[in-house]
Design a binder for this molecule. Structure first.
Ligand code: AHR
Length: 532
């Protein structure tokens, strides 16, 4: 397909601060930890050579499995550097654990009690071995240190309802019962773990899943589980297992489960899909426009939610937990290398577009978990003694810092379209050709000073074309100076890595505001505009 553009369109952005969508949920900056590759062992705990049978990607300055000095660990034995970035820089509010595909054959009882007595098990999802050195109590301790809300996914593959009820009793029980007492014994504290968020299985629709089921079989089972779970703990927030939001599975499951869950989980990765054998590099267009699929899936899923609510006359709202999203090229981040993908600049633009989607869809997306938080298709890559921030870290950092705590507001974007090949391909045929300019906006009020500002995030996804764009703010007077955060690199294939940790990073400046902005070709810009 030719990459033609509509040259007739004059790019323009109009923002309507008084036309609000919804407050941005801080939980859209959530994370995900799976027992996969070097996520837990190497990312959260120090590495262990014997844990996984694959080879992490080179180049790394050291043996990936060398021991991490104690001085780099927290008193609890966690990697202090990773924890600090997640807690203090990205301010991750909630983390999903323990998978992912991993959970569908995980026995939580193997991961509690004295560590030296824990059973080492075959790991079926990723063809590894699980040492069980990191289990429920370690996860909760890590969450406490990291000031993060835990979200646990239940095993609906090999796990039984009874196992699940025991797990919830172990975490949340306050009575004089066996599993609540076992937790007290293991942790030495009376206080329950207080896990509010529970997922009813992971990708149960997928043929790669241990325990795959049909939509109706899953929905029947999930209803039964939800009923029983609430008898153990009526205060939990239950998250049903959806597909991508737009599939037959989503409709069936929502129709059946809508009255039993608070949220519906969906997953999507961009840059993920079969690569043409003649291609040696991923194509730019197939990377950067992919988040439009998520935008469309969310819109459709919102309709499916409301249709299901209507059919059962349900007044409560049901929100989306987009609890796995991200940029993943399955031919680069493979099970053999523990899904370690080194991201380039184009991937960072894709990530910025992902975040624009969550801001624009703030009325329905309550949780979004980047997959994953460390080493595995992640913004952070560790060695035994350090870490570097990948290109995709920067949009996440900027959104978390400037777009959180705001109210998402409507904006209208006029932009030339991209008519080349997208991934998934159906974006152009079903949703329509994606726009080069992709934007979202929030209205922020400083809680102390009450000063208001408008934060506008703009990705210019055109590889070659810069756009000088009028940016009009309806019915407001904009301050004379603007704060600008720009992510740009001449080379869309530029990467950060060991020895070039800052090749791609954000530049911040202040400029006079003239009512227009020049968005460079292939750039991400976040403008902070003061309002009087
Ligand atoms: O994040 C990697 C994998 O992608 C997860 O385990 C699974 O849920 C998804 O298919």
């Amino acid at each position: 397909m030719a990459e033609t553009r509509d040259e007739e369109v004059s790019p323009a952005i109009d923002v309507f601060p008084s036309s609000t969508i919804a407050p941005v949920s801080p939980n859209i900056f959530s994370g995900f930890l799976e027992h996969l590759g070097r996520c837990i062992y190497g990312g959260i705990l120090p590495s262990t050579r014997t844990t996984f049978p694959y080879t992490p990607r080179k180049p790394c300055p050291e043996d990936q499995f060398a021991s991490t000095p104690e001085s780099l660990l927290t008193p609890e034995g966690f990697r202090a550097d990773v924890l600090k970035v997640l807690r203090d820089e990205l301010r991750v509010p909630l983390v999903r654990w323990p998978g992912g595909n991993f959970v569908s054959s995980y026995n939580w009882k193997d991961g509690i009690g004295p560590q030296e007595e824990r059973k080492r098990r075959p790991e079926l999802a990723w063809n590894g071995e699980e040492s069980n050195q990191f289990g429920t109590d370690e996860f909760i301790t890590w969450c406490r240190v990291a000031k993060i809300e835990p979200y646990i996914v239940l095993n609906m593959g090999t796990g039984t309802l009874e196992d699940a009820l025991h797990w919830i009793e172990y975490c949340n029980g306050t009575g004089d019962t066996y599993y609540a007492n076992l937790r007290r014994k293991n942790t030495g504290r009376d206080e329950p773990h207080g896990v509010k968020y529970w997922g009813l299985g992971n990708e149960v629709w997928g043929e790669w899943q241990v325990g795959q089921q049909t939509a109706s079989a899953y929905a029947t089972k999930a209803r039964q589980w939800a009923h029983a779970i609430r008898l153990v703990d009526p205060n939990v927030i239950l998250i049903g297992c959806g597909e991508t939001g737009i599939n037959h599975w989503d409709g069936v499951v929502l129709d059946e489960l809508i009255d039993k869950v608070e949220m519906h989980s969906i997953h999507l990765y961009t840059g993920f899909g079969p690569r043409d054998r003649s291609q040696t590099e991923r194509e730019y267009g197939r990377t950067v426009y992919g988040a439009d699929a998520a935008d469309y899936s969310i819109q459709v899923c919102k309709g499916l939610i409301n249709k299901a609510r209507f059919a059962k006359n349900i007044s409560k709202s049901v929100k989306l937990a987009f609890d796995e999203y991200g940029v993943w090229d399955e031919t680069v981040g493979t099970p053999e290398n523990g899904l370690e993908q080194f991201y380039n600049f184009a991937d960072a633009l894709a990530m910025a577009s992902w975040l624009n989607v969550f801001i624009r869809q703030a009325d329905v997306v309550d949780i979004a978990c980047i997959a994953q938080s460390v080493n595995v298709i992640s913004p952070l890559i560790t060695s035994p003694t350090g870490l570097f921030r990948q290109t995709i870290y920067w949009p996440l950092y900027l959104f978390s810092r400037y777009m959180r705590d705001g109210i998402s507001v409507h904006l209208s974007v006029a932009s030339p379209k991209f008519c080349g090949e997208t991934l998934p391909q159906w974006i152009s045929s079903v949703k329509g050709f994606p726009s080069d300019l992709d934007a979202s906006a929030v209205l922020y009020t400083d809680p102390q000073t009450k000063a208001r500002s408008l934060r506008v995030a703009v990705v210019n996804r055109s590889e070659t074309q810069s756009y000088n764009v009028p940016l009009r703010v309806a019915f407001e007077t904009v301050a004379s100076e603007v704060e600008v955060h720009e992510l740009w690199h001449a080379d869309v294939k530029a990467r950060n890595g060991w020895g070039k940790e800052h090749e791609v990073s954000v530049k911040t400046k202040r400029e006079n505001w003239t009512g227009r902005w020049s968005f460079r070709e292939h750039s991400f810009t976040l403008l902070v505009l003061g309002l009087s």
